[in-house]
Design a protein around this ligand. Structure first.
Ligand code: FE2
Length: 211
């Protein structure tokens, strides 16, 4: 059975300061993300045990545990690579085909940022703002991801996502979510997003057949 593992960050904990403090990054990566990895492995182990014993009474709980924790692992793994130190891979604006697609589907980078920011700051409870490739519509869409696993469509591929759980910003920004989102633009790694965009478009063409 596959074992999920905590990925190394591609930069030091303090590398994203002042947008995100080293203290938040260390807690977020070594404690929170690690907990999702552990939780996903535990859920898979317990599901295997349940199959083996034939006692599937807890299947609802275990499936929910798997979705939540594996969701957390996926979300954070993408999130870390979506970021880079300001001026050293982070910040600026997207270029090339990604920029053209953002212009096409959102009416310009400013409108995209406003839409994404509203989605991020407006999340009710814990969650994520996500820029996704929708292979059915062959378009970019913005989604609000609730908790780690809810409110997004099956098959959409996240290419840029921002953690809006309080653990992601509260130590630095208290309740002022808008300042956190504003600071996040300074560390957005558009080259990583562009790479994810290219892969998503290439690999998902024809993947979902609806009829
Ligand atoms: Fe998080």
């Amino acid at each position: 059975m596959a074992k999920y593992t905590l990925p190394e960050l591609p930069y030091d904990y303090a590398a994203l300061e002042p947008s995100i403090s080293g203290k938040i990054m260390e807690l977020h990566h070594s404690k929170h993300h690690q907990a999702y990895v552990t939780g996903a492995n535990t859920a898979l182990e317990q599901l295997a045990e349940a199959r083996e014993s034939g006692n599937l009474a807890n299947v609802n709980k275990l499936e929910k545990d798997l979705a939540f924790n594996l969701g957390g692992h996926v979300n954070h793994s993408i999130f870390w690579t979506n970021l880079a130190p300001a001026g050293n891979g982070g910040g600026g604006e997207p270029e090339g085909e990604l920029r053209a697609a953002i212009d096409e589907f959102f009416g310009g980078f400013d409108k995209f940022q406003a839409h994404f920011t509203a989605a991020a700051t407006g999340i009710q409870g814990s969650g994520w703002a996500v820029l996704s490739w929708d292979p059915i519509g062959a378009q970019l869409i913005i989604q609000q991801l609730f908790d780690q696993q809810s409110n997004t469509a099956q098959g959409t591929v996240p290419i840029f996502q921002l953690d809006m759980w309080e653990h992601a910003f509260y130590l630095d920004y208290l309740n002022v979510k808008a300042d956190y989102v504003k600071a996040a633009w300074n560390i957005a790694n558009w080259a990583n997003v562009a790479q994810r965009f290219e892969t998503a478009r290439e690999k998902t063409s024809g993947l979902l057949v609806l009829s």
